[in-house]
Structure formats: C-alpha cells, structure tokens
Unconditional design. Structure first.
Length: 259
C-alpha cells in the first residue's frame, strides 16, 4: 500500500468534478412546472383569455454549448467553474493544466480500477505516517483529516451550476474521451463504471492493521488488500470522508436512475 507525497492526488480531481458530469441528469427529472391557472369564470360578459400551455420540454431554457479547443480550454474552465463552490481550494486546484483531459483520463482509470494519480498533480495531503501500537502498525486516524478538503469541496458544489457547466462542455469532454482511444464509446458509460467502483469501497470504523514491506505498507486483511488501486485511494481517506463522498454519489446516482 504505497503512501507518499502524491497519494490520492488524482482521485481529488475526480471528486471535485464528478458532480459536473453526473448532475446533467437533473435536467431530465426536474419537477414539472406549476400547473397553469384554471380558466376564470366569465364575469360581466368579460372573458379573460387563457394562455395556451407549452410542452414541458420548451419550459427548460436551452443552454448554449461552448465550442472550445481542448488545448486552450483551461482558462475557460477556471472561469466557468469559479462559482461552483465558495471554498478557496477549488480555485487553487483548478490552476493545474489540461483540466478536461486529466479529468476524463482519471475517470477512465478509476472505472478500470487503476490508480488515477498520474493524471492529477495539484493536491498534496502531506507525508504518510502509520500509527504503531504494541509493535503493530495501523492506519493513523489522525491522518484522515488530511483528505477532508476533498470531501468538503465535493459536498459544497452547486448542482445547478454543475448542470450548466456540463452541458456547455459536454462535447469537449467527449472529445477528450475519444482521444484516449474510445472513438465509439459514450463517456457517460465509463462514468457510471467509475461511480460503481467507488461505491463498493467499505466503511470500517475499526483499526486497520498494516504490514511493513521493504518500501511500503500493505493491509493485513486480505479482503481489503484485494481492493483495486482506485478503491484504496478512497479507502485511505477514512470512514468520515468516505461516508460524505459515498452519500453524495448515492444521491446523484439515485437521480440518474430515475431518468
């Protein structure tokens, strides 16, 4: 179980922006508009005209898709994402380069159980130190707080703003996905796979025993050690942060399934 300065760096980008991708489905399950008022009764032979009802889909204001060159999209991304959260960490993390490409690549990594670390380079939670008790190493609960900014930023994202941003940049996201070698596959399919991968991460309150290896530590429990690299990234954030992230994912996924 490798732990170093860059541990969990890539998954951070996924947590920050995953809501941008899945929130688009709110567009298809929004509450129906209020019913049109009933036709008033005729009063003194004066008929009050009633506006004709419009189809529900016409009530949704269309959002203009933004055509942007992927290699020139970072400045636009920072501008459009600035209002998604009031937390300053988001703006700081978005200073990384190739935001869209790295995000799409990280989602693809996670969907395949791989570590997405190489695709994100802007988050440094600090060095890992195991907790030693009576000669046995454990994951240190005090270290879980290093990852609280991730869960907090993810929870603070504005859903309506995410919907708008996704719709505006959807072609660019799909283009970046095609550039990875998927000319005929929808990026949303891979997104669902990534979500499922993370939802399988267990929440464990008990101490997690570690075994020291030559250059790293591994979890003693074979079932935990069998988790994919992507799942281990989330697991190492600790039960409090795991619950926050999984709760948000579950809520968004439940909306997805209503479509």
């Amino acid at each position: 179980m490798e732990e170093n300065k860059k541990v969990l760096s890539a998954v951070i980008g996924f947590f920050i922006l995953i809501a941008v991708v899945i929130a688009v489905y709110y567009l298809f399950i929004r509450e129906k508009g209020e019913e049109m008022p009933k036709v008033p009764e005729v009063v003194e032979e004066t008929v009050i005209p009633v506006e004709s009802e419009e189809p529900e889909e016409e009530l949704i204001k269309p959002i203009k898709v933004i055509e942007v060159e992927l290699d020139e999209s970072d400045k636009l991304m920072r501008k459009l994402a600035a209002d998604l959260s009031s937390r300053t960490e988001l703006a700081e993390w978005l200073l990384t380069k190739d935001i869209i490409r790295k995000f799409v690549a990280a989602v693809d990594n996670i969907a395949n159980g791989q570590s997405p670390r190489k695709n994100i380079d802007f988050f440094n939670p600090g060095k890992f130190f195991p907790l030693k008790k009576e000669g046995v190493y454990y994951l240190d609960p005090a270290g879980f707080k290093r990852y609280s900014p991730v869960a907090n930023v993810f929870s603070s994202l504005d859903s309506e703003g995410c919907i708008r941003l996704y719709r505006q940049l959807k072609p660019a996201l799909q283009e970046a996905y095609q550039d990875l070698g998927y000319p005929d596959k929808d990026f949303n399919v891979t997104l669902f796979q990534a979500m499922d991968e993370l939802m399988k991460v267990p929440v464990i309150e008990e101490d997690i025993a570690l075994e020291e290896k030559l250059t790293s530590y591994v979890m003693v429990d074979p079932e935990l050690e069998k988790l994919s690299e992507a799942q281990k990234h989330l697991f190492r954030m600790g039960p409090v942060n795991i619950r926050k992230i999984k709760a948000k994912l579950k809520d968004l996924e439940s909306v997805l399934k209503k479509d």
